[in-house]
Write a protein that binds this ligand. Structure first.
Ligand SMILES: [Fe+2]
Ligand SMILES: [Fe+2]
Length: 286
């Protein structure tokens, strides 16, 4: 069943429209964190305008995760200690949370498993990039990309059952089944959300091309490949569920070669990943 182009466009547009805008605070946090001349005081000023966010920042810096000897009560000090990127990740994850809270999860993709898959993808991508000495900034972005990379699947609502069934019966990937049945795929929807939230090009490429790394902009190709590899990792080792099956050996080998990660390195993150996923859940308060 291929819907006509008009309905296809309408289906995506109404889904993206229903996703809440980023709050003014979140947009300002993203803007401040993207400038090299911004100061902790400036960021603190903006964060303090959102009591829930301020509370979260202080709670995190004082949590067991950071094992501090004395309590931090100043927001500016907390921001200095956590770093701009961490504050940005917390802020954006809250926005993702808000967006997800309004969605109806299809029965075939229950929320818990979907969320665990999303966090695990971001965490695995970050850990694999760390194996290859990726920068801290990139690792923070991976978490956001992980949270958002499959969110577009929600645009299909209950029709996702048909996607999975076609994929299982014809040995094609869910992305191919989405296109075959509905003429669009979840990467395109994710890309529209990333545009709506004015995410940077790297995050857009990661979300928009995680199943077609070769179509990512050249400058972001490696980072997109790491996110795709994190996705594959979560699927192979059953960390959550978002409707995917094992990847083809060709796809896995292609991603390993693009990222320079060896098979042994790929497997090596297994001993720490459960703890890291747990930490990320606490960190993001998901
Ligand atoms: Fe995906
Ligand atoms: Fe995924």
């Amino acid at each position: 069943m291929i819907v006509d182009n008009k309905s296809y466009k309408e289906q995506i547009d109404s889904f993206v429209e229903a996703i809440p805008e980023l709050s003014v605070t979140a947009s300002q946090v993203v803007e401040i964190c993207s400038r090299i001349d911004s100061t902790p005081e400036e960021l603190s000023q903006v964060v303090s305008e959102d009591s829930v966010l301020s509370e979260h920042v202080l709670k995190l810096v004082n949590s067991a995760y950071y094992s501090l000897v004395s309590e931090v009560t100043s927001l500016t000090r907390a921001i200095t200690m956590l770093g701009f990127n961490t504050v940005k990740s917390i802020t954006l994850s809250k926005a993702v949370n808000k967006a997800v809270a309004r969605l109806n999860f299809p029965q075939i993709l229950p929320m818990d498993g979907f969320w665990r898959h999303s966090i695990s993808t971001g965490v695995a991508a970050g850990m694999l990039s760390r194996v290859k000495q990726g920068s801290t900034t990139q690792r923070e972005d991976f978490l956001i990309c992980g949270l958002l990379h499959d969110l577009g699947k929600m645009a299909f609502v209950e029709s996702y059952t048909e996607v999975i069934s076609l994929s299982e019966h014809t040995q094609i990937t869910p992305v191919e089944a989405e296109r075959e049945l509905y003429g669009f795929d979840h990467q395109q929807v994710g890309l529209k959300i990333a545009r709506k939230w004015q995410f940077n090009d790297t995050i857009r490429n990661c979300i928009g091309f995680h199943h077609e790394v070769d179509r990512s902009e050249e400058v972001d190709k490696i980072q997109t490949a790491f996110l795709a590899l994190g996705d594959v990792y979560a699927n192979i080792y059953d960390l959550g569920y978002a409707g995917n099956f094992y990847p083809s050996e060709t796809e896995l080998n292609n991603l390993l070669s693009l990222t320079g990660v060896s098979w042994a390195e790929f497997r090596s993150i297994g001993k720490d990943i459960e703890a890291e996923v747990l930490k990320a859940g606490v960190f993001l308060q998901l």
